[in-house]
Ligand binder design. Sequence first.
Ligand SMILES: [Zn+2]
Length: 249
Amino acid sequence: MENISRRNLIKLSGTAALGLTAFSLAAKESQIPAKKLKIVVVGAHPDDPETACGGTMSLLASEGHEVVAAYLTRGEAGINGKTYDEAAQIRTNEALGACKILNATAKFIGQIDGNCEITASRYTEMYNFLKAEQPDFVFTHWPIDQHRDHRICSILVYDAWLDLKKSFGLYYFEVESGGQTQNFPPTNFVDITSVIEKKHAACYCHVSQNMERVYREFHEHMEIFRGMQANCKYAEAFVKHDQSSLRIV
Ligand SMILES: [Zn+2]
């Protein structure tokens, strides 16, 4: 039953052969899986899940799936002039506001912004987190990224995916491509045109990060460019791990 549901999710796209799987088009193609799926988006900082795939999160939530935004840190180092505790409080509240707009649940894993670690205990921590979540799909950072926390987040998730016997589909997202994410070759695009305003509203909850300005500088160009590639107005792009399909399709 579970496998059938997963297969349906991936089959949503009639353009899969072109590498343009738009699984958010489920409703249109009447292939909404009977089972509610669980999608966990693991980002290093508050604002990473929202800016990278807030449109996809919103679409999946609107189709009845459960969406979790999991933040590796609370962005402790992200506000000049604030202590780590103060910044964490502010940025946690911003993340909660963004998740409310996207109909996602925010969860916090407990590492510290700018000091993320890869240790045996951190591997176990991520493994235990994802094991408890029991996701059908996980989205996380692409491992080639100029931000160390992003790289660490990606590697921790990948290691958990291996240890959990590749039990969920693994997708990578991009953040500020060129400046942060590098060498990102998309395999899948999601048309987010219908939810673009909702995505922007969620991202703009991150006031402490000057997100409206940052958005115009980076993210807006990305969603327009990915839209051009996917033949729609706005899109988000992903890299699907090839071995996800061996389990799911
Ligand atoms: Zn980040």
